[in-house]
Ligand binder design. Structure first.
Ligand SMILES: [Zn+2]
Length: 344
């Protein structure tokens, strides 16, 4: 144990060095605060099946997180999700025979929720690296609740993230289908499999083979139908994964309620939106305060006979343009007597 502790100290001293940080000795307590670290950038898929043999395992102060020392000299953190067996995510709405056991109303869901998909203690594996053949959403008057990925019969299909298998069953439409629930609450669905390799209740790691490609159920040829769902609502898996390059777009993903619709397809985010997504709680509070202040400082004018926009602009020391912008009107809009206009 003592030797393990010392080894851990060495590793934890190396950690900041490897990250290119200034030389500074972390105590174990300090370093463990960094575990797991968030990953706020795209995550490359692991290479499935490539797991160097584990040489030794070290504890951290978090019972769910271990340090794995590999035979090849590398090491990484690993979260043992079986420690989450009793958590709500693996107990609530847990039905092994029902593809969608959720009953929540869309309007009752939060307007956005952050899903931790992969961090420094968990990994990602693209279920099948290939260009999307058929996208998410409406197509030919039929609703497509996932993406179709070309996949020859018998080729392995990989679990995208660590999780617990909820369904492994046959369904008329989906054929042989596997549903995995992940610690974030996200569920991933793998359909039309020729063979299923996992059983309900089984814990899987990212990259584990969960089945083989096929064309069972309502399918016109061998392919993988892959779905991502939150609270039972499907959203475009391309929000999460760039299937062609095999990249997870975000380790931490902000799922917006508006994505949970068959009319909402993935679109590349602008830099601005990216920034908006990663606003911290503090920044959000500051913005809410700024808006509240602005609202409190707002001034209104009730239109009286003879009022003109030019006159109001002069009276309130503002401009016609500014008044138009605040009220969503144009300079030629007729001012109705008795109507309230925001002037500041
Ligand atoms: Zn499909």
């Amino acid at each position: 144990m003592l030797i393990k502790r010392q080894l851990a100290t060495v590793l934890l001293v190396l950690l900041p060095l490897m990250a290119g940080a200034q030389e500074r000795r972390f105590t174990i307590k300090e370093a463990e605060k960094l575990v797991p670290r968030e990953i706020r950038k795209p995550v490359k898929s692991m290479i499935p099946g490539e797991k160097p043999p584990v040489h030794d395992t070290l504890d951290t102060s978090d019972p769910a997180v271990k340090i794995l020392l590999m035979n090849d000299g590398t090491w990484h953190y690993e979260r043992d999700i079986t420690t989450l067996a009793d958590s709500a995510v693996f107990r609530n709405n847990w039905k092994t025979g029902e593809l969608n056991p959720y009953r929540s109303k869309l309007e009752d869901l939060p307007w956005k929720v952050t899903l931790c998909l992969a961090d420094s203690a968990s990994r990602f594996c693209v279920p099948r690296q290939v260009k999307v053949f058929s996208p998410f959403g409406w197509r030919r008057r039929r609703n497509h609740t996932g993406v179709d990925l070309p996949l020859p019969t018998g080729m392995p299909v990989y679990a995208a993230f660590d999780g617990k298998v909820r369904c492994s069953m046959y369904n008329r439409g989906y054929g042989n289908v596997v549903v995995i629930r992940h610690a974030s609450g996200l569920e991933t669905t793998y359909a039309h499999l020729a063979e299923r390799k996992v059983e309900p209740g089984q814990y899987v790691s990212a990259g584990d083979v969960i089945g083989l490609g096929g064309s069972t159920g309502r399918s016109t040829g061998p392919h993988l139908h892959f779905e991502t769902r939150y609270e039972g609502y499907a959203f475009d898996p391309q929000w999460l994964i760039d299937f062609e390059s095999g990249t997870l777009r975000h380790g931490y993903f902000v799922l917006k309620r508006k994505y949970l619709s068959n009319t909402s397809r993935y679109y590349p985010e602008s830099e601005d939106e990216e920034e908006e997504i990663y606003k911290t709680e503090e920044e959000e509070r500051a913005e809410a305060e700024r808006i509240a202040k602005e609202m409190a400082a707002a001034k209104y004018h009730t239109i009286q006979s003879g009022d003109t926009l030019l006159g109001l602009a002069a009276k309130y020391h503002t401009s016609v343009n500014a008044i138009c912008k605040l009220n969503g009107i144009t300079p030629s809009t007729t001012l109705r007597i008795g109507k309230k206009l925001r002037v500041k």
